[in-house]
Design a protein around this ligand. Sequence first.
Ligand code: COA
Length: 245
Amino acid sequence: MSGFSTIIYEKRDSIAYVTLNRPQFLNAYNIQMRDDLYQVLGAIRDDSEVRVAILKGAGEKAFCAGADLSEFLTAPSPIQARQVRWERDVWGVFLNIPQPLIAALHGYVLGSGTEMALCCDIRIASEDTRFGLPEVGLGIIPAAGGTQTLPRVVGQGKALEMLLANLWISGEEACRVGLVNKVVPRDELLQTAEAIAKQIAYCAPTAVRAAKQAVLRGLDLTLEEGLDMEKKIASKVVLATGQGS
Ligand code: COA
């Protein structure tokens, strides 16, 4: 797959790499990026060769500085700009990809940048990372899942502080509150994400996908319902792989 103007898609061995590629605009998320991501994420979802994907940003300064403000300002209104973005459910595709997604984050991770990171399963940040959700300052609220995914990851109090006060946090603080799994020097970011990706790729793909599904689905269930769901998924894995535990 190639020929995208806002992202670079690569596949090496069983690892897919998606690079947001508008570095001159700090990889701001525009409508073209929406369409490119929609296509690439769908292709990853349907590609059984891909066992894990890494999402990263091109350039030195940012993973993604949020929605493209020039589109917001040229649209008849921010509401209409939003409406256009919702024509394709990129976030729904993101959240339903069966393979694990790893976000390799650096520099500015703002607005939909933070929301994209939250759609990933494992987040690694470099020391220069700054996370924020500036939407309320612009008179809107996050609508790529951020109001739902952030509190599930960092808890209600920290999420509300970030969302209501537009409080930006460092990679180190993001690690402390559980927003990222690990903080590493900038020049070790990709290799750290790749090392985890390789570990995942080495494991049984059916079991990896099932474990991801069990964890994510279980978050919205009671413990009893979750245990029941886990039993069902575990049985399917046994049937698929012929393995017991
Ligand atoms: N949409 C469109 N363009 C953006 C952008 C965005 N969200 N964020 C940055 N850019 C562009 C800038 O306009 C600038 O382009 P130019 O060189 O043609 O003027 C380029 O990216 C570099 O950004 P710049 O502002 O010069 O970098 P900086 O280091 O001084 O500041 C930020 C970085 C992230 C603090 C600042 O760019 C910013 O506040 N961006 C908007 C963040 C935001 O509110 N996002 C929306 C969330 S809903």
